[in-house]
Design a protein around this ligand. Structure first.
Ligand code: DAH
Length: 358
């Protein structure tokens, strides 16, 4: 081998060795790139070595050329390996280090929550009745069939008592004849309060109730308010006065209210209360096309009536001496009307984008 070829050979060997040392000493990617540029760059060490190429005899050039390419490939491969290993070491150190990312920007303030829209509407309704002199009562969600249906004078074949409409509960070790269900309405509060207390009394209560229903206006769990008043000489006039006052405090002082005969087993006579549609009051003339009241101008908001004498008797109250009225309403329905919410299921999905709007 001629001297020129031997010089190039040894130059290449020294170069790849010293490159490997420099790579090992580099502890970040920029220094690795710099080392690579020192070797392979235009003005780098390899270029310098190749200046001796002119003196290499023609028959040797091919062999030396191949060596040069091999060394270049080796340098590139060493470089890639070192960079990858560095990234892996960094990542490993990150994973083993503290879990907080101290470079993230801080959050400004702590976001504040607020009451669920249904809780607000429930509190507003209870407040109105409390200010009219009603006390707040309570009843359980898991209830005896007796208190949910029987004492409220539901005939045994009433469609509401159908197996399909209620969630029946099996109580382990319970009394064999006591049938238990998730209450289908808050009217169980009437029974419990009347059994436990002597009249006069005026009580409201609110909470969850359960029915086997599920569509855009019905949910298997929803909320009701129940109220009733028992005293001597209570008339339908008292019922109308109290519920009209309630509706006008809940909506507007000039809200039209009407009472329509209806049937509930535990009242006689029974009625439903409608208010003038809050979405299309006559002035804007849009009644015919109103989807909420279906063009009738009226929206039903509650059921009510005079407490049936049978209910008094079932609860140990003398129906010759005492009379009273009762009413019940769905909280979701009131909230949907108040806020213009089209789908009842939105209340229970807990999507912050929905809840943040109240
Ligand atoms: N419990 C009835 C229901 O769930 C609502 C109701 C109607 C309650 C009339 C009452 C009443 O107290 O008098 O549909």
């Amino acid at each position: 081998m001629t001297d020129a070829a031997a010089d190039i050979e040894s130059g290449l060997r020294a170069l790849s060795e010293s490159f490997r040392e420099r790579l090992a000493a580099a502890d970040d990617e920029p220094s690795m790139r710099a080392a690579r540029a020192e070797v392979l760059g235009k003005k780098g060490e390899l270029t310098k070595i190749l200046r001796g190429m002119g003196k290499v005899p023609a028959e040797k050039r091919r062999e030396i050329g191949e060596r040069v390419n091999a060394v270049k490939a080796e340098v590139e491969a060493d470089f890639e390996k070192a960079v990858t290993a560095l990234a892996r070491r960094r990542r490993q150190a990150d994973l083993e280090g503290r879990p907080e990312d101290l470079t993230l920007p801080g959050r400004v303030g702590t976001p504040r929550g607020h009451l669920h829209p249904l809780t607000r509407v429930k509190d507003d309704i209870l407040d109105i009745f409390a200010s009219l002199g009603f006390a707040i009562g309570w009843g359980p969600e898991v209830e005896l069939e007796e208190n949910n249906f029987t004492k409220l004078a539901f005939p045994p074949d009433h469609p509401a008592t159908d197996m399909q409409d209620s969630f029946w509960v099996t109580v382990e070790g319970g009394e064999p004849d006591a049938r238990v269900l998730l209450r289908t309405h808050t009217s169980n509060v009437q029974v419990r309060e009347m059994m436990a207390n002597e009249p006069p009394m005026a009580i409201v209560s609110g909470g969850p109730v359960y029915r086997r229903d599920d569509d855009i206006t019905h949910s298997p769990m929803f909320h009701q308010i129940e109220g009733f008043l028992v005293d001597e000489n209570v008339s339908f006039g008292h019922l109308k006065g109290v519920l009209t006052e309630f509706a006008q405090r809940l909506y507007r002082p000039d809200t039209p209210v009407r009472f329509r005969p209806s049937y509930f087993p535990f009242v006689e006579p029974g009625a439903e209360v409608d208010i003038g549609c809050v979405f299309c009051n006559a002035e804007n003339g849009s009644r015919a096309s109103c989807r909420v009241c279906k063009g009738t101008g009226w929206i039903e908001i509650l059921g009510c009536g005079m407490v049936h004498p049978d209910v008094f008797e079932h609860c140990g109250i003398d129906s010759e001496r005492w009379t009273g009225f009762a009413f019940g309403l769905g909280i979701e329905r009131i909230a949907m009307l108040r806020y213009g919410i089209p789908d009842i299921r939105l209340f229970f999905e807990n999507d912050p984008r929905f809840l943040a709007q109240f």
